[in-house]
Design a protein. Structure first.
Ligand SMILES: [Mg+2]
Length: 177
């Protein structure tokens, strides 16, 4: 089974220490309360990909935070990897201190892909990364419903390693075929 790695924050959910209205839920981890909103179509998307891929949620957040969000989502079939699995990197601008080395999951990079809103997470294996738009609460966002079509197509290719930069355009072509 091919492997899918998904970032959590601003890819699947948005979390804040402040309440965000009726669309957010109040959760807690390690003694702190926080509020989380799901990206449009997130639940349907996750249930769909769980049937097709061996899935890992890989977050730069703490493991307790990730587990709290996942307990709320309550969807089976996902391995949960928090910050401890990320690798620190030296950055010139100091913005993103981590990367997600996919070889920790498999040596065969033809069978794995990472979906993340931060490109530096897959800087060392750019052909294995699908960059999604950062999500912070836009209710009209359609990224995950488009991405689902792209992954359906990608999953049946011999190798999932390719230039994914035009994935939205390619998805439009797939959907009108
Ligand atoms: Mg993120």
């Amino acid at each position: 089974m091919k492997k899918l790695v998904l970032d959590l924050d601003e890819t699947l959910v948005y979390s804040s220490m402040e309440p965000m209205g009726p669309d957010s839920v109040e959760l807690s981890a390690a003694g702190s309360t926080f509020y989380t909103m799901l990206r449009p179509d997130a639940r349907e998307f996750l249930e769909h990909v769980a049937k097709k891929f061996e899935c890992t949620i890989w977050s730069t957040g703490m493991q307790a935070y990730l587990e709290s969000v996942w307990n709320y989502l309550n969807i089976d079939g996902f391995t949960l990897w928090g910050r401890d699995y990320c690798k620190p990197i030296e950055t010139s601008d100091g913005r993103e201190p981590f990367e997600k080395p996919l070889r920790q999951i498999t040596e065969d990079l033809s069978e794995i892909v990472l979906i993340d809103n931060t490109a530096s997470m897959f800087a060392k294996c750019p052909l294995n990364g699908i960059l999604v738009r950062t999500w912070r609460g836009d209710k009209n966002d359609t990224e995950l419903s488009h991405l689902r079509y792209y992954l359906d197509w990608l999953q049946i290719q011999d190798s999932m390693q390719r230039d994914h930069q035009s994935w939205r355009l390619e998805t439009l072509c797939l959907r009108t075929r």
